[in-house]
Design a protein around this ligand. Structure first.
Ligand code: ADP
Ligand code: MG
Length: 259
């Protein structure tokens, strides 16, 4: 089935404070959407709320993947349905090796009795690690433990490649990457572009979008998507910052408390 992911009027709060104030977004397989916006506007909150992070309470709205309401699903079910989030700050898990983690995640998506064979898994993992120019020893290290910022980000992309999700959310996958690592990550994303897969790339800077061309660019401010356009919008934001958007929309800067 052609992938369709539709978010409508999504509101979410953290500890009683409303962060998302009605986010609507429609994405189809094959499309790359970018969300840009100043810090603290709710971009990571959107990602976490969609993935079902327990800290974020959804108070209104819907998010449907191919007609199924993902907000009704548990965290594992969302992953099984095909949602994937590469986190801004990936967690370290001591005691679980990267390869064990990846194999269990792959097998969780397969029926019992149809688990991936160890040989096949290793071949796939090693192939993808090579594409991402990762040192093979990372397979046997504990998940993210002692990984540098850039190594964590490559590892998130490795997970994405092996899990073959339908909706990929990348939260600031470009932060902390030098230009070579950025290119490797971008290649990984481009290689995964497919007709039945949609990407939501959250980024603070236009830099990544030089290598991964978005079809749509959305600006998020104060918990809402306030403007959408094509790639030219990202270029203008990079050149001029966000002030012109605020002026255009008459947004009052809450942190300053005046227009
Ligand atoms: P962005 O990703 O756009 O920089 P976030 O979604 O991380 O923004 O944060 C949006 C707002 O929610 C900020 O004001 C931030 O301080 C607040 N916030 C985010 N996570 C938490 C949390 N776990 N506890 C309390 N406040 C939070
Ligand atoms: Mg963030």
């Amino acid at each position: 089935m052609a992938t369709q992911f539709t978010i409508e009027g999504l509101k979410a709060e953290i500890e009683g404070k409303e962060i998302l104030k009605g986010v609507s977004l429609s994405m189809k397989g094959g499309e790359i959407h970018a969300i840009m916006g100043p810090n603290g506007t709710g971009k990571s909150t959107l990602a976490s709320a969609l993935m079902g992070h327990p800290k974020y309470e959804v108070t209104a709205g819907t998010a449907e993947l191919n007609g199924e309401d993902v907000l009704e699903m548990g965290v594992d079910e969302r992953a099984l349905a095909g949602l994937f989030l590469a986190m801004q700050y990936p967690s370290e898990i001591t005691g679980v090796t990267n390869s064990d983690f990846l194999r269990s995640a792959i097998n969780a998506r397969r029926e019992e009795g149809n688990e991936i064979s160890l040989i096949k898994f290793i071949r796939q993992m090693e192939g993808k690690m090579k594409e991402l120019e990762m040192n093979p020893e990372f397979a046997h290290r504990y998940l993210n433990e002692g990984f540098s910022g850039g190594e964590k980000k490559r590892n998130e992309i490795l997970q994405m490649m092996l899990l073959d999700p339908k909706v990929v959310i990348l939260d600031e996958i470009d932060s902390g990457l030098d230009i070579d690592a950025l290119k490797v990550v971008a290649q990984g994303v481009n290689a995964m572009r497919a007709d039945d897969r949609a990407f939501l790339i959250i980024t603070h800077y236009q830099r990544l979008l030089d290598y991964v061309k978005p079809d749509f660019v959305h600006v998020m401010m104060q918990g809402r998507i306030v403007k959408s356009g094509g790639p030219e919008l990202a270029e203008r934001l990079e050149a001029e910052g966000y002030d012109w958007v605020k002026v255009e929309l008459g947004i009052v800067d809450e942190t300053v408390g005046q227009a």
